[in-house]
Design a protein around this ligand. Sequence first.
Ligand code: PLP
Length: 416
Amino acid sequence: MYFGRIPRFSPSFSPAEALVTARTLVKKPDDVATVHEFENTFAAFIGARFGVMTPSARFAFYLLLKAMGLHAGDEVVIPALTYFAIPSMAAAVGIKPVFADVGKRTHVLDPAAFEAAITPRTRAVVPTHLYGTPCDMDPIREIAKKHGIKVIEDCAQSTGARYRGTRVGNLGDAAYYTFGLTKNITTLSGAMITTNDPAVAASVRADIEATTHGPQERAVKEAATGLAMMFATHPFVYPWTLHPAIVVGNRLGKDPIHERFGEAEVRYDGVPTSFQKARPRAVQAAVGMKQIERIEALNGARIRNGRALDEALANVDGILTPEYAGGAEPIYMSFVIHHPRRDALMVELRKRGVDTTVGYMSDCSDHELFEEYRRPQPNAATIMREQLHIPVHPRMDDKDTRHIAEAVRQSVRAVG
Ligand SMILES: Cc1ncc(COP(=O)(O)O)c(C=O)c1O
């Protein structure tokens, strides 16, 4: 319970994982068996045959494009609203990202827009289960099948979500996930591929085994940040430390959380060599093992909070609340509302103790980074102008969601 000052996120990293980090670094820092154990446990959780740890989701995406035999000149359909690194990675190897629109309130790939984006060169589609919301996979899979297109699910924000009873990541040809500190589960940086295709699994495994480990310090640094964020977002600490820092920073036009967790958007001009020196280590896998034990509880708390917000905000005039495809069981990584005066609403909410963010996604269909692939999409453009992510993380309880709902009501009235 947050006593009226609610952070936008709180990491899932806890002292239990900090202990595991320390123990693994001391006792078995180079233990390959721990990595394999996490890969197998994670794949079993998803329901897939194979799991392969990778340093990042973007590198995982590159390895999958390669494993599936895509070449320069091929096309991949990517939702307009996504993380810049995914189209950047395709473009880096000459594969053309073709941007398709998302649903205005679902925020995920619109099956009709996907179909309209197909050309004779389309070889793959990336249904991105953004904000924890599963895409409408039945029509997407049907369209892909009809045109012989590979389905690579982007589960970076949706580990554990389901669609018609099946976990996302088990609905296409392969999938990737990522476990940074701001995600629903963390391995202190690191990511994963799952697939049921032995040839794809063998290809990405061979490529990962050809890479080298980076320094252990990265995990130590991430663990220190995770612990610091965990304490800074504690209900007894947050109101006197991070919240005032965010309020003051905001007045100066800065956001301390974005500065720590945001990343400069870039176009890669090839596969960065740093990706080849970041093979996941035992410490990441050991933390992952601990987190996967807790994932149902962590996601369960998100789902409880998300549903409470869905219900409480459904009839607030002036905002739009999220929608979900039939059969989608979201895990509420984010809870996104829309308002035409989003920035003013953000200020009003902060006055009422509720910290919010505009998030880290971009409208890649109309972005200077992807000039030669420009294909503007109206829903993605509207979402970029109007979206506001309100807190939904597992550390919140019913009192907090009630406080947020009341703060939204008052703030909407205040901005007019
Ligand atoms: C939807 C989505 N896809 C891909 C990525 C890239 O993940 P990574 O930083 O592990 O490359 C992210 C990162 O947050 C993401 O949100």
